[in-house]
Design a protein around this ligand. Structure first.
Ligand SMILES: [Zn+2]
Length: 357
């Protein structure tokens, strides 16, 4: 089957996106249980006692892990992984991929966080609902940076459940952690530094797919801070707990440094092989004024944007002030279906790249 047909079939599937991105655990279980040839596991409970689920699909020698929802206020990734499970279960389309790959998926890493954010998850996402109601965990509670370095490291139950489940199937050849930007200048892909330089061809493919959908790439350079080393327009290496710790230790903040455990990337890499690891940072809202973040002046523009946004939200005539702000900064939303389509293209193109490496 041609890749164009594969992409089209996923785009057709996600047209059935529900009216909200919030999916409670029981509904998630129901959705996954009815899919043919998908094996579903209960992998444990969240801190607040909600069930967490993992999925296995495919019989291939190569293994890929996919997780989403680590950050409480990033609900597009979990919805995308539910659709990915649906897509994989339709063998007319996915047979070749499932013969080559075994998919291990945790669609929702943070059911407690999703529940705390469900009030703004109705589609289409609203800029004001999002900024007024989105909540996320602080370092120390951050599930992406909460994976255990050893079996006895004390971490959140979500991380314990996920690491125990994923370990059974490792080592992996590829790993994806789906993330979002609240508002950004474009799409940003983070690649594990073991494939930073060697991923040039893959980066060109992902850049082409993004531009084809008429979205910009985030042109950012964080000069290696926290592990974000620029690879190209739209691409950086992914942050690591080692670099996070270094960053805070250099600022004499031992308490903050101690809050970072392994990221999911560091954990998956520790299981062996040389996995391609990718994080998608796809914006819910896009402003071209935030696209070029290369110099100190550019980053000052970002601070000004944030100040203007807060000022608009605190204005007595809030509705008008927010509309004026959105106009001034040319803020547009990126529909969830476009975000999911792009994440799907990232995953499929990456798996092809790994198989041909
Ligand atoms: Zn995130």
């Amino acid at each position: 089957m041609s890749i164009a047909k594969i992409f089209k079939s996923f785009d057709n599937l996600i047209k059935k996106v529900p009216s909200t991105l919030f999916v409670p655990p029981e509904k998630l279980k129901g959705l996954l249980s009815q899919l043919p040839s998908i094996k579903i596991f209960k992998i444990g409970n969240s801190r607040d006692g909600q069930p967490m689920f993992g999925v296995k699909c495919g019989v291939g020698k190569r293994k890929v892990s996919l997780i989403a929802g680590c950050h409480a206020d990033e609900p597009v990734g979990p919805m995308m992984l539910i659709f990915l499970c649906q897509w994989l279960s339709n063998h007319n389309l996915s047979k070749a991929l499932l013969n080559e790959w075994t998919f291990i998926i945790i669609p929702q890493m943070n059911p407690d966080g999703a529940l705390k954010n469900n009030s703004w998850m109705e589609l289409p996402l609203s800029f004001s609902h999002y900024f007024e109601n989105a909540v996320r965990e602080l370092p120390g509670d951050d599930i992406e940076f909460g994976f255990p370095e050893t079996a006895s490291t004390l971490v959140r139950p979500e991380n314990k459940n996920a690491s125990t489940f994923l370990s059974q199937f490792g080592p992996f050849d590829a790993h994806f952690s789906l993330h979002s930007l609240g508002v950004g200048g474009g799409v940003w892909y983070l690649i594990g530094d073991n494939h930073g330089k060697s991923s040039q061809h893959l980066r060109e493919v992902l850049k082409k797919e993004t531009l084809l959908m008429n979205y910009d790439l985030l042109n950012i350079d964080r000069f290696g801070e926290k592990g974000f080393t620029r690879l190209d327009e739209g691409f950086s290496t992914s942050p690591t707990s080692v670099k996070m710790k270094e960053y805070f230790l250099a600022r004499d903040d031992k308490v903050m440094a101690a809050k970072f455990h392994w990221s999911s990337m560091e954990f998956i890499k520790s299981l062996g092989r040389d996995p391609l690891m990718l994080v998608s940072e796809v914006p819910n809202f896009i402003s071209p004024h935030l696209n070029d973040l290369l110099t100190k002046e550019d980053f000052n523009k970002k601070i000004k944007f944030e100040e203007a946004r807060i000022k608009a939200f605190n204005n007595q005539d809030k509705e008008k002030a927010i509309n004026d702000f959105l106009k001034e900064y040319e803020v547009k939303s990126m529909p969830s279906v476009s975000q999911m389509s792009l994440q799907f293209k990232m995953i499929i193109n990456s798996l092809i790249w790994v198989a041909n490496k």
